[in-house]
Design a binder for this molecule. Structure first.
Ligand code: B12
Length: 107
């Protein structure tokens, strides 16, 4: 199980990683993230999949509302590269204390 240690407790201190997944804005290429989210789930992560054509605010808000540990975005049109930084910036605006989460990308 992919989990992080949170010290002692009921689950032995390990909680499953919570990951937001989706495809970048104006992008309908969701085959790859469909594979990746199933790999993450098979490893025990809790995946909140937003689907395709998702904007920065949607990723940022979902990460905050779902108390996620990471955001995984796929993009097939190079124009969305800037979106990854924009998601972080939006998170910092919406919830400064949570802005430390990791955002992984593949273009
Ligand atoms: C399938 C496909 C489509 C399908 C998408 C189906 C779907 N639901 O996903 C359809 C037909 C809808 C489509 C449409 C279009 N497409 Co298209 N498409 C492709 C194609 C042939 C394959 C992409 C794919 O899914 N590969 C299968 C995945 C599993 O493999 P992969 O990409 O290697 O992904 C692996 C890694 O990259 C990695 N990975 C990927 N994402 C992530 C994310 C994370 C977090 C992690 C950890 C890993 C990871 O893991 C994956 C598994 O190993 C590519 C060409 C190509 N060969 O890449 C063109 C391609 C991406 N498409 C392209 C274009 C231009 C379009 C259209 C604009 C065409 C048009 N004029 O209508 C539209 C745009 C629609 C839209 N709004 O998005 C261009 C993009 C050019 C660019 N970069 O700007 C490409 C490159 C084709 C080309 N050579 O021109 N497309």
């Amino acid at each position: 199980m992919v989990a992080i240690s949170m010290g002692s407790g009921a689950s032995g201190g390990r909680i499953p990683l919570r990951i937001i997944t989706g495809t970048s804005v104006c992008d309908g290429h969701d085959a790859a993230i469909g594979i990746m989210r199933r790999v993450m789930q098979a490893e025990g992560a809790e995946v909140i999949h937003l689907g395709h054509n998702r904007g920065s605010e949607e990723f940022a808000m979902a990460a905050i509302q779902e108390d996620a540990h990471a955001i995984a975005i796929t993009s097939y049109q190079g124009g969305a590269v800037g979106q990854f930084q924009h998601v972080r910036d939006t998170q910092s605006q919406l919830h400064p204390t949570k802005a430390g989460q990791s955002v992984s990308s593949n273009t």
